[in-house]
Design a protein around this ligand. Structure first.
Ligand code: KG4
Ligand code: ZN
Length: 358
């Protein structure tokens, strides 16, 4: 079984071809550089760039796989949630290919791509506990099966990656902020500045990052004579110490809520053995280390996709598409891309929501 996957929901235009032996036959990816000067992704610029490059990215991927288009059994496209202009570009390309080749179309929830990526690269079995941390999402879920999720917690304000990006922007470190914060944090002192752990005593598995971001803003403001962070005068040393304190605080919030979730998971899914992290923030080595410690302490196996499959890519969409297709879940060509698409509404049989059982 061979599936082509297309990703275009944010600022990566990507395609990949995988098979059911968990082999990646070909892949191609273009990270849009156009957004760097804006400190964030500009939706219209992203949509235009996807439109310009999608055909060549798919062609390149097929060429690298060394197969004929006819050898592909199904076409999957990231069909939401995301920036709708880009999503529409990928979905239209996927549907056009499916129609021309007379192959099934599979609408993949972008978050399901992140959620299932670890199953391609590690021996992770259902059910497993998942921390999904990306630029737009921050959730703790039980992945029961393809399309079957129980959400245990979510952020009530910013996503984890969004918080990394905003802190980086305040420090003038550029976009995306996560990798820069991690680099600076590696040489910083995490104990110099004291940061809060918002919502930590709430008793549930929900998360909050906006208070953390505000606390960082206040520290930066204190280095400015007129209280304007743009006029703050900080040495690289202070900026690195803020990054280190922020990374520790954000990780602490995540691991403490995850510890609660593990208790629930072990009680309610005693057959579950794995703790998985995925999404762009899962590229963070410090976070991965702390999650591994937590998993070890609780007798769970820790898995994370390789870093290049944590941030947006075509491979995870192709793989999620393959898992859906293998179960017989395909979609009609009138499937409407969904700018909002909660993962726990992704049940395969929910007509009009995730798809229909073929
Ligand atoms: O999954 P992703 O590529 O796109 C979304 O679906 O949102 O995630 C991008 C997010 C950005 O917020 C970026 O700053 C963050 O992942 N990120 C990181 C790291 N690498 C990427 N955050 C922390 N540490 C990193 N090393
Ligand atoms: Zn993503």
């Amino acid at each position: 079984m061979i599936v082509l996957g297309i990703e275009s929901s944010c600022d990566e235009t990507a395609a990949a071809i995988v098979n059911d032996k968990r082999e990646i036959l070909g892949e191609s990816l273009l990270s849009q550089e156009e957004h760097k000067t804006f400190g964030g992704v500009v939706p219209e610029i992203a949509a235009r760039a996807h439109l310009e490059h999608i055909d060549e990215i798919i062609e390149l991927c097929v060429k690298r796989a060394g197969i004929k288009l006819e050898d592909i059994d199904a076409i999957a496209a990231s069909s939401g949630p995301g920036l709708i202009g880009g999503v529409v570009v990928g979905v239209m390309a996927g549907k056009a290919l499916a129609l021309a080749l007379n192959k099934p179309f599979v609408a993949v929830n972008h978050l399901e791509g992140h959620a299932l990526a670890a199953r391609l690269t590690s021996d992770v079995k259902y059910p497993y506990l998942l921390l999904l941390v990306s630029g737009g999402h921050c959730q703790i879920l039980v992945v029961k099966d393809v399309g079957e999720y129980e959400r245990l917690g979510t952020t009530i304000d910013d996503a984890a990656g969004e918080a990394f990006d905003k802190v980086a922007k305040m420090l003038g470190l550029g976009y995306p902020g996560g990798p820069m914060i991690e680099k600076m944090a590696a040489v910083g002192n995490p104990d110099r500045f004291v940061l809060p752990r918002p919502l930590i005593g709430s008793g549930d598995c929900n998360l909050s990052f906006s208070g953390l971001k505000t606390a960082v803003r206040k520290i930066i403001e204190s280095y400015s004579e007129d209280g304007n962070i743009e006029h703050a005068i900080m040495r690289k040393r202070e900026a690195a110490d803020i990054c280190a304190a922020f990374q520790v605080a954000a990780t602490d919030c995540l691991t403490r809520k995850l510890a609660k979730a593990i208790t629930y998971f072990k009680q309610n899914y005693p057959e579950g053995k794995d703790l998985v992290v995925s999404g762009g923030v899962a590229a963070n080595t410090f976070l991965r280390g702390k999650l591994k410690e937590l998993a070890d302490k609780n007798g769970l196996e820790f898995s994370a996709p390789p870093v290049r499959f944590c941030t947006d890519n075509g491979v995870m969409i192709a793989w999620a598409g393959l898992e859906r297709f293998a179960k017989g879940y395909t979609n009609d060509l009138d499937f409407k891309p969904r700018p909002r698409w909660p993962l726990d509404s992704n049940a395969p049989k929910a007509a009009g929501a995730g798809g229909v059982k073929a």
